[in-house]
Design a protein around this ligand. Structure first.
Ligand SMILES: Nc1ncnc2c1ncn2[C@@H]1O[C@H](COP(=O)(O)OP(=O)(O)OP(=O)(O)O)[C@@H](O)[C@H]1O
Ligand SMILES: [Mg+2]
Length: 223
């Protein structure tokens, strides 16, 4: 599903060079659920945004579904990001001036669905995350856990086979964290979604099928 081959990322700033990824070789199989753990600044987010085709590595290759991601044409790459990858951020990244329904609809609009289809699908997705009754509320009118659920609904809008989650429970209380973990586990088990999840929580990591570690840009299987 997702394969990194000798991937290096070096951030060049005016003064110095910072290693983001150091010769990463890893394979995430279809249907896998991997937790990525490691200290702050070790390269976890760098790994996710590279896996999500959002940032080009300095060297090496990234394959998604057998395709060399960074050899694709810009429009193919945009299509891949839209259809194949669902991203969840720690800070949710909801659009503040849109309601929950409109936030989910926005993702469907980008995929070319008609307004009626967008609305219908958005309401079904919000129902799935238990927020049907809050569809007309804007993010600031929702609790943090509810905002994360809107972000989950939006992420699922285009039914992506690969889900990349950057500390999806980082800002949540224990109960809401457990709910989000139940939701992700069900997506993996019942719908066969492939998931890579960055987490600082051992509790959350234990829910995954495998744990990979990141240290100074080096990513390897946890022993
Ligand atoms: N745009 C950038 N320019 C320069 N250095 C960067 C940039 N983005 C990240 N870095 C550096 O790359 C390294 C890896 O950063 P990254 O954000 O991937 O870490 P992380 O493991 O996600 O950390 P955290 O747990 O704090 O989110 C860090 O040393 C960071 O300072
Ligand atoms: Mg990070």
């Amino acid at each position: 599903m997702l394969r990194f081959e000798q991937v290096n990322k070096i951030y060049k700033t005016r003064r110095d060079k910072v290693t983001g990824l150091n010769n990463v070789n890893i394979h995430i199989a279809q249907g896998d659920f991997a937790a990525l753990v490691g200290p702050s600044g070790s390269g976890k987010t760098t790994f996710l945004v590279t896996a999500g085709a959002m940032m080009r590595p300095t060297s090496g290759k990234v394959y998604l579904g057998g395709r060399d991601v960074f050899a694709m044409k810009p429009n193919e790459l945009a299509e891949l990001r839209l259809r194949s990858i669902g991203f969840i951020f720690q800070t949710f990244n909801l659009i503040t001036y849109l309601t929950a329904r409109q936030n989910v609809m926005a993702a469907l609009m980008l995929a070319g669905k008609s307004p009626a289809e967008q609305e219908d699908a958005a309401d079904k997705l919000l129902q799935k995350v238990g927020l049907a009754d809050r569809a007309d509320h804007k993010p600031f009118e929702l609790s943090v856990g509810q905002q994360q659920r809107v972000a989950l609904a939006r992420m699922l809008a285009n039914d992506p086979p690969l889900i990349l989650a950057d500390e999806p429970t980082g800002n949540l209380d224990p109960q809401t964290s457990a709910d989000v973990m139940d939701f992700l586990t069900a997506l993996n088990k019942e719908q066969g979604k492939t998931i890579v999840m960055v987490t600082h929580s051992m509790e959350a990591a234990k829910r995954a099928k495998r744990i990979i570690t990141c240290n100074n840009g080096i990513i390897e299987e946890a022993r």
